[in-house]
Ligand binder design. Structure first.
Ligand code: DQA
Length: 140
């Protein structure tokens, strides 16, 4: 099973960025841990701060891979183009957020991604990603 974890802008700063909201672990350390804990899943990770690169990645994997776990960061709330990219591919996408976006500013309550996803997971810290991953693992 091939699953891509796709992170958008500023998520390369995890560990240093607003730790009171996003925690102190780096994504690289969390990803290495996930690979150990889910050895039967072929997990890949890609991060970009550039909207077009995220769209290119969705096009590249979005017709063959089994699943995509997408944290589009602030593009979630601004990017019709990313929403269209998710709508345009056949690989199912789960939207994730580290923080509970609904407990934050109202600008974060809207998502261009969510209507085109199987579902959304928000507010469980980095565990949001493994909850999404478990969807595919449990489904088999
Ligand atoms: C985020 C929430 C977004 O509103 C924010 O812009 C981010 C991170 C999260 O994971 O909690 O960059 O997607």
């Amino acid at each position: 099973m091939k699953i891509l974890l796709l992170n958008g802008p500023n998520l390369n700063l995890l560990g240093k960025r607003e730790p009171e909201i996003y925690g102190t672990a780096t994504f690289e350390a969390y990803f290495a841990d996930l690979q150990k804990r889910f050895p039967t899943v072929n997990l890949s990770y890609y991060q970009s701060n550039i909207e077009g690169h995220l769209i290119d990645k969705l096009h590249e994997v979005g017709f063959e891979w089994d699943g995509i776990i997408l944290n589009a960061g602030a593009y979630t709330h601004t990017s019709l183009a990313l929403g269209d990219a998710v709508a345009g591919i056949s690989t199912p996408v789960v939207e994730v957020h580290i923080s509970n976006v609904f407990a934050r500013e109202s600008v974060r309550h809207h998502s261009f991604i969510a209507p085109n996803c199987i579902g959304s997971i928000s507010g469980f810290g980095l565990r949001s990603y493994e909850l999404a991953l478990k969807y595919w693992v449990d489904k088999g």
